[in-house]
Design a protein around this ligand. Structure first.
Ligand SMILES: [Fe+2]
Length: 327
């Protein structure tokens, strides 16, 4: 005859005479009832992000960078950048749920040390002549109007051979990497990686001229949600979808919302965007965050070239993607 020893926990469960006793009994077993009401329900009719539509003016960010240039050098600040922290409650640094953007500056003669990390990065160059990146030993220019890529785990550092401060907008998927947790970071053992080759036509660099030529050949969007629009190839960094669209002065896009987080930055022009119930008037170099499932509409007051980055690829991969257009 065998004796079954019941654990105290099992005994407590068998003795539970009401739900409160059941809840107390399961707590030490690391369980929670699936049926209780939670402050924020696990399943919801539609996305309910805490992230807010937000607008950052390039002129403000540039002034902040210029102040930082007076106060800290690239020995102390490996990257002299200002992170665009969404004012969402409890948010520390992310611009949207999955992306972070930052404005960065480097002064003539400075070098920003080389490092590598699993998050993918891109840069939209706002004002720069003579600045460059060294990616895996390849030195390529970063000049006004360029969009450059730094796929995850590539060694990368920056430098500047020009005469005036260089400014750009960084975009990375750091919050996504932090959420999923495969975060790895490594400083380069030599500090500044040496240049093996000079590659102005790097596949990681899309020049303003290249982008404009491709936009010239792009078809208009029949449904009116976008201007003439191209996607930039970034196969090594599939978490970030990169598009550039052209809006003519006076052109308004048809309102849509989609289950992706999007950040816009006008590379040229001026206009207004409605993001949810926020209206933002923007100019060249600004940044606008459109969190998931907020209505989006743009109105160009001048001929505009609008950069955007989003996690749409990721949403599509997961079969989560939805797009809804206004009537
Ligand atoms: Fe980096």
């Amino acid at each position: 005859m065998t004796t079954i020893n019941k654990s105290d926990a099992v005994q407590a469960l068998q003795d539970a005479g009401n739900l409160d006793a059941l809840y107390r009994a399961i707590a030490p077993l690391n369980m929670t009832p699936g049926w209780i009401e939670r402050e924020k329900p696990l399943l919801r009719p539609e996305p309910d992000t805490g992230f807010l539509p937000t607008h950052w003016r390039y002129s403000d960010c540039k002034a902040a960078l210029d102040a930082a240039s007076r106060l800290i050098n690239t020995d102390l600040a490996e990257r002299r950048n200002m992170v665009l922290r969404n004012p969402a409650e409890g948010n520390d640094y992310a611009t949207t749920k999955t992306q972070v953007n930052a404005y960065q500056t480097i002064l003539p003669g400075e070098e920003a040390r080389s490092h590598r990390h699993t998050p993918h990065a891109l840069r939209v160059i706002i004002e720069a002549e003579g600045s460059f990146s060294v990616v895996n030993g390849d030195k390529h220019p970063m000049e006004t109007g360029d969009i450059v890529l730094t796929p995850g785990w590539s060694w990368h550092g920056h430098g500047h051979d020009g005469d005036a401060p260089a400014y750009w907008l960084d975009g990375l998927d750091v919050p996504l990497t932090a959420l999923l947790e495969p975060m790895f970071f490594e400083p380069h053992p030599d500090g500044y990686a040496k240049v093996d080759r000079v590659t102005p036509d790097s596949p990681y660099r899309f020049t303003w001229e290249t982008i404009q030529a491709r936009l010239d050949g792009a078809s208009p969007d029949d449904e009116g949600y976008f201007g003439r629009r191209i996607g930039l190839e970034a196969d090594e960094m599939p978490t970030i979808a990169i598009t550039v669209e052209r809006l003519e002065a006076g052109q308004a896009t048809r309102r849509y919302r989609h289950s992706a987080n999007t950040v816009f930055s006008p590379m040229m022009g001026a206009g207004t965007s409605l993001i949810g119930d926020h209206e933002f008037s923007w100019g060249r170099g600004d940044c606008v965050a459109a969190p998931i499932w907020h209505w989006i509409e743009h109105r160009a007051e001048e001929d505009t070239v609008l950069f955007s980055m989003s996690d749409e690829n990721l949403m599509r991969y997961a079969n989560y993607y939805r797009f809804e257009g206004a009537e």
